[in-house]
Ligand binder design. Structure first.
Ligand code: ADP
Ligand code: GLC
Length: 479
């Protein structure tokens, strides 16, 4: 099977969140499932220099834009990478979706629209590339036009659309729809139009041959008004082709026994060596170095999704408890400012770093006693799985992938604490419970070991994707 994996992020080249981890690791795991794969991403500024030998394999022109397709390897892997180089659209400072000031690029529809058109041309054999594509595996709204463009092209391969986060939909104006040159009859409520806007997400969900999400629980949730972000009726309509496959984690990169970001490496047999990481983390965050204090950590995008506003609300009470908190994240400017202000008043208990730093993220996850993740919704979530691997007990809401990966400590072989309701009070109650539990070090250690025994490696998920690809190829072609 030849799979063209279309994505807007891939670790270690470009990352804003978990999509990059998945795009960086799933393709590698698929190689051992008799799947041949090419990962295609836009050539953002600076990417060329991170690749040792990229060579041009095709040149095309779409909507007056010159495009170079470069081939290289995803660093550290045998996975072939196709960089879609459109300098006028992607060679700029800032992030993949936003400029340096945190504003969306004004031409995001054109940027990703042309990226999708270029991949359609490649997938349908309209370029010099002679690699027959069987399935285009699309990821999130940035690739949402691909399924529809493929349906419009004769002899096109099939498509799978993976939803990593339904809340980001790629919505644009009718004028943008016209400017993209899409056929006028697609401006229908049962096609690309969504409340008088063009929706890239809806395009993917409507036209893909199959849809999946990154956990089974989220696949169920998005069919309800509470989690469906306005698309639940469409998802109910397509439920026959919708499923959930839990993400995995890279067990080499996230391995406490080999992690060079740590102060002290450790494993199940040497759990006491986790402690120097706690002390190093307290030092890094400017908190008093204390071995015995309950240390709560968080690494997150600071958005409503992650429930950070609940934490802000709970903090006055939380900071009365015998604990320390270290938080690393970036996101909504308001939430960042509120957190910094509270931390400024309680430097002995709360330390906040507004930054994106991979190495610190590893130390936080290794050095904490518990990892806090009170998400309102969570398609999968990777950090709770990383935490479990490092014996850092997750405290999570029972939604989406969190519900699929964390077992309540009240059950046998439990791995974490569950926040049952989306309120500051329930968050506080759960943390009180964690404090009581922490006081009983033997029980705490048992839970840590339960966590560290979990196997979240990509192997199982990759096998499920390979099965899904086969099922797509075996199913009859639809219009
Ligand atoms: P999401 O994709 O919704 O942000 P995930 O848990 O799936 O949530 O993935 C988040 C990824 O981004 C993890 O690899 C996490 O370690 C990383 N991450 C998030 N914020 C930061 C940060 N401030 N610094 C370093 N890594 C971060
Ligand atoms: C999204 C989701 C997150 C998921 C990640 C990778 O960013 O918010 O829950 O783990 O994608 O699939």
């Amino acid at each position: 099977m030849n799979i063209l994996f279309a994505t807007s992020e891939a670790h270690p080249l470009i990352k804003t969140g978990g999509l990059a981890d998945v795009s960086g690791h799933l393709p590698r795991a698929l190689l051992s499932n008799e799947v041949s794969i090419r990962v295609a991403i836009p050539a953002y500024r600076g990417l060329h220099s991170k690749l040792s030998s990229a060579k041009t394999i095709a040149q095309l022109n779409i909507d007056g834009k010159a495009i170079n397709v470069l081939e290289a390897f995803l660093p550290g892997t045998r996975v072939k990478l196709w960089l879609i180089d459109i300098p006028v659209l992607f060679d700029r400072p800032g992030g993949p979706y936003q400029n340096e000031h945190g504003q969306d690029w004004h031409d995001n529809a054109e940027r990703f629209g042309i990226f999708n058109k270029a991949l359609t041309a490649i997938a349908c054999g309209q370029t010099e590339i002679s690699w027959p594509v069987d399935i285009v595996h699309c990821n999130d709204w940035q690739t949402g036009l691909l399924p529809v463009l493929l349906k419009l092209t004769p002899k096109a391969p099939r498509s799978l659309f993976t939803v990593h986060n339904l809340a980001y939909q790629g919505l644009f104006s009718y004028e943008t729809f016209l400017a993209l040159g899409l056929p006028g009859d697609l401006w229908r409520y049962d096609a690309l139009e969504y409340y008088n806007q063009l929706s890239f997400m809806k395009a993917g969900l409507t036209f893909a041959d199959r849809i999946n999400t990154v956990s089974p629980q989220y696949a169920e949730e998005i069919k309800t008004p509470e989690f469906g972000c306005g698309l639940d009726s469409l998802l109910r309509h397509r439920s026959g082709v919708l499923s959930g496959i839990l993400n995995g984690i890279d067990d080499k990169e996230w391995n406490p026994g080999q992690d060079t970001n740590l102060e002290s490496k450790f494993n199940k047999q040497s759990l006491s060596k986790k402690l120097p990481n706690k002390l190093a983390l307290q030092k890094l965050f400017g908190l008093p170095q204390r071995e015995d204090v309950f240390f709560l950590v968080m690494v997150s995008r600071l958005t409503g999704q992650k429930g950070v506003d609940l934490i802000v609300k709970a903090l006055p009470h939380l900071l009365e408890m015998p604990l320390q908190i270290a938080l690393l994240g970036t996101g909504d400017r308001d939430i960042e400012a509120q957190l910094l202000e509270i931390a400024g008043n309680r430097p002995d208990k709360l330390s906040v770093k507004i930054a994106y730093n991979e190495s610190w993220a590893h130390l936080l996850i290794a050095g904490g006693d518990a990892f806090l993740m009170p998400s309102r919704f969570e398609p999968c979530g990777l950090t709770q799985m990383y935490s479990m691997r490092y014996g850092t007990i997750p405290i999570v809401r029972n939604v989406g992938g969190l519900a699929d990966t964390v077992t309540n400590i009240e059950e046998t072989e439990g791995t974490g604490l569950i926040i049952h309701e989306n309120t500051a009070d329930e968050l506080l109650n759960t943390i009180r419970k964690a404090l009581t539990l922490y006081a009983d070090r033997q029980t705490w250690k048992t839970i840590q070991l339960n966590c560290m025994r979990q196997d979240f490696s990509w192997k199982k998920s990759a096998a499920e994707y390979a099965k899904l690809y086969s099922a797509i190829l075996d199913s009859p072609q639809t219009d």
